[in-house]
Design a protein around this ligand. Structure first.
Ligand SMILES: [Fe+2]
Ligand SMILES: [Fe+2]
Length: 290
């Protein structure tokens, strides 16, 4: 896999926001934390959001993972179907302002169903996550849940990011079209496979079916291939350890107008640890966006 082109600075007046795709295990944590300074200083990201539902050995998020991501400069965290896999995270979900659970769980489920992050110049970004319903555990309607959450945002929250954590590409496209003009971006997570369909919808919503994974790519969705194969061929329960090799970060950036909340550019990143080090050492500004 060759690295994708990295973009130049955002156009005047636009804010760049980055969503890091599902962080898987220690390798994912390592590259995500290492990438943040580059995202901030060279990619000029004003807000860095990470989906961290697989950070804890491949499933869930521990308190120490949350702290580490925040200490390294991640601004906000979304989760997915593994939200409660590590129960200790419930306290963080209930007390911290910069982490949300999926919005379409029962209202009694621990954690917040939306968050607002304030940037410089009092610019506010509203963030919502929702789960899909195809090949996943039953949950409430994600379309109605996202509607409800978008309605709850104060009118001053013009930039709105929706992380739709779902399996079916059709559902994700439908959500993106449904939100066109009402969300600044709808970016998909959960499949761990990045899709090459990043685009701007006519109403100004930046869209990508799935941002992909941040973790070991010599694997099956981040887990050791041998273990997944053994479990599949033998039908026996086999622990799915997190793989180690070919660590990459998949992330998506979009540039948004803080006045209108509409996006004007979107692009994908697919960075290995080697290419990240090279980019961090580069003195020159990044190449122009192709
Ligand atoms: Fe995931
Ligand atoms: Fe997931």
């Amino acid at each position: 896999m060759s690295p994708l082109p990295t973009p130049g600075a955002p156009a005047s007046g636009l804010l760049r926001i980055v969503l890091i795709g599902d962080i898987v295990g220690k390798p994912g944590m390592r590259i995500a934390c290492a990438a943040v300074p580059w995202l901030r200083e060279k990619l000029l990201a004003k807000l860095i959001v990470a989906n961290a539902e697989n950070a804890a050995d491949g499933s869930g998020l521990r308190c120490r993972d949350f702290r580490k991501l925040c200490e390294h400069g991640v601004d906000a965290i979304t989760l997915g179907d593994h939200v409660y896999r590590k129960r200790e995270i419930i306290e963080v979900l209930e007390t911290k302002h910069n982490i949300v659970r999926p919005a379409n769980l029962p209202s009694s489920a621990p954690g917040k169903s939306q968050m607002t992050i304030e940037l410089e110049n009092s610019v506010k970004v509203g963030i919502v996550a929702a789960l899909g319903r195809v090949f996943m555990k039953p949950v409430d309607c994600p379309f109605q849940a996202v509607d409800r959450e978008l309605d709850r945002f104060d009118a001053s929250v013009r930039i709105r990011l929706v992380d739709f954590h779902a399996e079916a590409t059709s559902d994700k496209q439908l959500m993106g079209r449904y939100l066109d003009g009402r969300a600044s971006a709808m970016l998909g997570t959960h499949t761990h496979v990045a899709t090459a369909d990043e685009q701007l919808f006519p109403g100004g919503t930046a869209y990508q079916t799935d941002v992909g994974m941040t973790g070991p790519f010599d694997s099956v969705l981040g887990r050791r291939t041998e273990a997944v194969l053994e479990a599949t061929l033998s039908s026996l329960p086999v622990p799915f350890q997190v793989a180690k090799e070919d660590v990459r970060m998949n992330a998506t950036w979009f540039d948004v107008d803080p006045e209108s909340g509409k996006s004007l550019a979107i692009g994908r990143l697919n960075l290995s640890e080697t290419s990240l080090i090279a980019l961090q050492q580069a003195k020159q500004a990044m190449p122009k966006l192709l």
